[in-house]
Structures are given as structure tokens and as C-alpha cells.
Ligand binder design. Structure first.
Ligand code: S3P
Length: 172
């Protein structure tokens, strides 16, 4: 049976909605970033600092390939998981993929004060966010079975909507 993978940009709510969704479906919840940092024994910033983005991508790809053996689960993916074609294939074959889609301005508001995303720890954070978001939008759309607009919605409501979409797909 397939699991459910939440994809979308940093700050779109994957790690908040994921546990609520998992609880409502009676499935285990896994946060892929946590899997990577636990296996590495250091946090995301440290991995980026010592191994670069390339090193992070290698580790997250490996964590995704390993997690498939534990399916069905609800999986919250890091925002960059869809960048590698191999990851997209794994997601599409093994998960119902739900894209949590959030307006760029909402993401800017939400991520403004945070410093825990190395890709956004740059002098012009908002420009970096805008550029990355527009580059990735089509990839999220292409990878997703379903898209949920998150703006103006509470995590609880999103979890209910995601559960309805996923249940319909998991039953067929
Ligand atoms: C990244 C998103 C982060 C984390 C890393 C890289 C990205 O996860 O995997 O900082 O490239 O979008 P969240 O989407 O959970 O913030």
C-alpha cells in the first residue's frame, strides 16, 4: 500500500500538517529532515556547512530510498526533495503525493525571522526565496497527485482535506 508524502516549499506546513494527517489516518509519521539529521548526528546547518548542498542532497536521497521499506507512512519531505529525478520517481511510485502550495508572500512572512534554513541564510533572503520558489513551483506541480492551497487555512483543516484526498486515492 502507498503512503502519503507531503511536498512543498520550506515553511508550507509539511511538518505541522503531517503529524495531524498521520494521526487521523492511523499511520506512522516520519519527517525526512529528522531522519537525515538523526543518521548524520548533526543538524541541517552543520551538514550544509561541512558537506554543502550537494552533500545534503545525497543524504536526503539516501534517507528517502531507505524509508520506502517502512511504507505505508505519512512522510513530510524537505522542500528540495523534488529536485532529483530519482527522488521524484520514488515519490510517485510509492506515495500519494500532496503538494502544500503557499503564496510566496506568505512564505516570506513566515520564514522572515527563521535562520534554520541554510539556503535562505543569505544577505538578500527574500530574493533568494522568490527565486527558489519560482524555480521549484513547476517541479512541485509535476510531482504532485494533489495540490492543496494552504493560505488562510489552519493545519487542522489542511489535515482533514489531505486525509479526504488521500483516502479516496488509497482506496482505488
Ligand atoms: C530545504 C528544505 C528544508 C531542509 C533543507 C533544504 C530545501 O526542509 O531539507 O534546509 O532545499 O528546500 P523544510 O522544507 O522542511 O524546511
Amino acid at each position: 500500500m502507498k503512503g502519503i508524502a507531503l511536498i512543498g516549499f520550506m515553511g508550507s506546513g509539511k511538518s505541522t500538517v503531517g503529524p495531524l494527517l498521520a494521526k487521523s489516518l492511523g499511520m506512522p509519521f516520519v519527517d525526512l529532515d529528522d531522519q537525515v539529521t538523526r543518521a548524520a548526528g548533526v543538524d541541517v546547518a552543520e551538514i550544509f556547512a561541512t558537506r554543502g548542498e550537494k552533500g545534503w542532497r545525497r543524504l536526503e536521497g539516501r534517507a528517502l530510498a531507505e524509508i520506502v521499506g517502512r511504507n505505508p507512512i505519512v512522510l513530510a519531505c524537505g522542500g528540495g526533495i523534488v529536485l532529483a529525478a530519482k527522488n521524484r520517481d520514488i515519490l510517485k511510485s510509492n506515495f500519494v503525493t500532496i503538494y502544500l502550495k503557499t503564496r510566496t508572500e506568505t512564505l516570506i512572512d513566515r520564514l522572515g525571522q527563521h535562520t534554520d534554513r541554510p539556503l535562505l541564510n543569505v544577505p538578500d533572503k527574500n530574493s533568494a526565496l522568490r527565486r527558489l520558489h519560482s524555480e521549484r513551483l513547476p517541479i512541485y506541480e509535476e510531482t504532485a497527485d494533489f495540490t492543496l492551497i494552504t493560505d488562510g487555512k489552519q493545519p487542522e483543516q489542511l489535515a482533514v482535506e489531505a486525509a479526504a484526498l488521500a483516502s479516496q486515492r488509497l482506496e482505488n
